[in-house]
Design a protein around this ligand. Structure first.
Ligand SMILES: *Cc1c(COP(=O)(O)O)cnc(C)c1O
Length: 355
């Protein structure tokens, strides 16, 4: 593969060695003479994969196997927007609105009960994380989106509540040390930091389910998936295996604390460069900016055209902002090498001379 610096927001890049191992498994899985694409999800070989990945998924977040179940489901984070209220919302839930994904989660929850939006940054195009969020107690759950992939903002701590806490951590789970064990349900679309698209990973604290009287269709029922050990139906065998490869890579790197150090280095290097250039217009407030998705724009249109050209020359791809926000977005997920950030910073610095 030629050296492309891929800043894609999702599906994101995975480590080079994970691509190779996944490719090998497609041809011949563990020297079985069979492709990973063509083995049963109930085969001994796959059951071992599922057990190892479940274990590792919890261990790397510091979650206790006695306290949490983990599910690898099809449907992506957007299905969890629906599954969460289906399984947990009886009367009222509290949501924090920090952007498109949070809004979509809110819209789904409203079909099941009363949704109280207790904090929102909609007034300034979601460029910050709302502060002074009131502590609401006694609701079915509080939902927040830990990292706002589109806008480049990130929560620095878990919001306070005595109600169960639910978080969409699609774009920053496994990227940083966090109070994961203060959260009762963590969910994530796999395609940013976990593995290939087509999978969602859900961590459910034992005992948090079961307060619902409505009938829940099996495919949408977490309890049903848990009761069937994650194999209610055909699992996404290949995506789960590739997730295992990626989590093994993360463990070999030293785990979440070690990768966080590198992620901080990448983010600091890029923000430092952006902050030092007066023709850059940041799209997120400094105090709340994300270490995973860095959003910015240029003050003049022509500067954007120049940047596009320089990126092309430097083999930088997928750095355009999300269509709802425009501008640019550099996603710095776990597998993005520091060297790619160095190339991007060099491009930005070259613009200093040219504009
Ligand atoms: C990408 C993303 C989603 C959507 O995930 P799908 O798997 O495409 O449904 C939801 N929430 C956040 C925070 C995301 O970054």
């Amino acid at each position: 593969m030629s050296r492309v610096h891929n800043f894609c927001a999702g599906p994101c890049l995975l480590p080079e060695e994970v691509y190779k191992q996944a490719a090998d498994a497609i041809v011949d899985f563990q020297q079985s003479g069979l492709s990973i694409l063509s083995i049963s999800h109930r085969s001994t070989a796959f059951l071992a994969v599922l057990e190892e990945v479940s274990h590792l998924a919890l261990e790397l977040l510091g979650l206790d196997q006695q306290q949490y179940d983990v599910l690898f489901l099809q449907g992506g984070a957007s299905t969890e927007f629906l599954r969460i209220p289906y399984n947990m919302l009886t009367t009222n839930a509290a949501y924090i609105d920090t952007g498109v994904w949070a809004s979509k989660a809110i819209e789904q929850a409203k079909q099941f009960g009363k949704v109280e939006v207790i904090g929102s940054s909609a007034d300034r195009q979601y460029s910050y994380i709302p502060q002074d969020i009131p502590q609401v107690n006694g609701c079915d759950y509080l939902h927040f989106t830990s990292n706002n992939t589109i806008y480049g903002t990130q929560f620095s701590a878990v919001p306070q509540s005595d109600s169960p806490i639910v978080s969409d951590m699609s774009s920053d789970v496994y990227s940083r040390v966090f109070d994961y064990d203060k959260i009762d349900v963590i969910y994530a679309g796999a395609q940013k930091n976990i593995g290939p698209a087509g999978l969602s990973v859900v961590f459910v604290r034992k005992g948090v389910l079961g307060n619902i009287t409505r009938k829940i269709p099996n495919m949408l029922n977490y309890k049903e998936h848990i009761a069937k050990d994650g194999l209610y139906h055909t699992a996404n065998v290949f995506a789960i295996y590739t997730t295992l490869l990626n989590l093994r890579w993360l463990r070999a790197k030293g785990g979440v604390a070690a990768i966080e150090k590198i992620n901080n280095q990448k983010a600091e290097m890029l923000y430092h460069a952006l902050d030092s250039l007066d023709f850059i217009h940041p799209l997120a407030d400094k105090a709340h900016r994300s270490r995973m998705n860095v959003t910015f724009d240029f003050k003049e249109k022509e500067q954007g055209y120049l940047f596009d050209t320089l990126c092309q020359e430097a083999n930088i791809q997928n750095i355009k902002g999300h269509r709802v926000l425009g501008g640019y977005r550099a996603s710095l997920y776990n597998a993005l090498p520091l060297a790619s950030v160095e190339v991007l910073v060099a491009v930005l610095n070259r613009m200093k001379v040219k504009v």
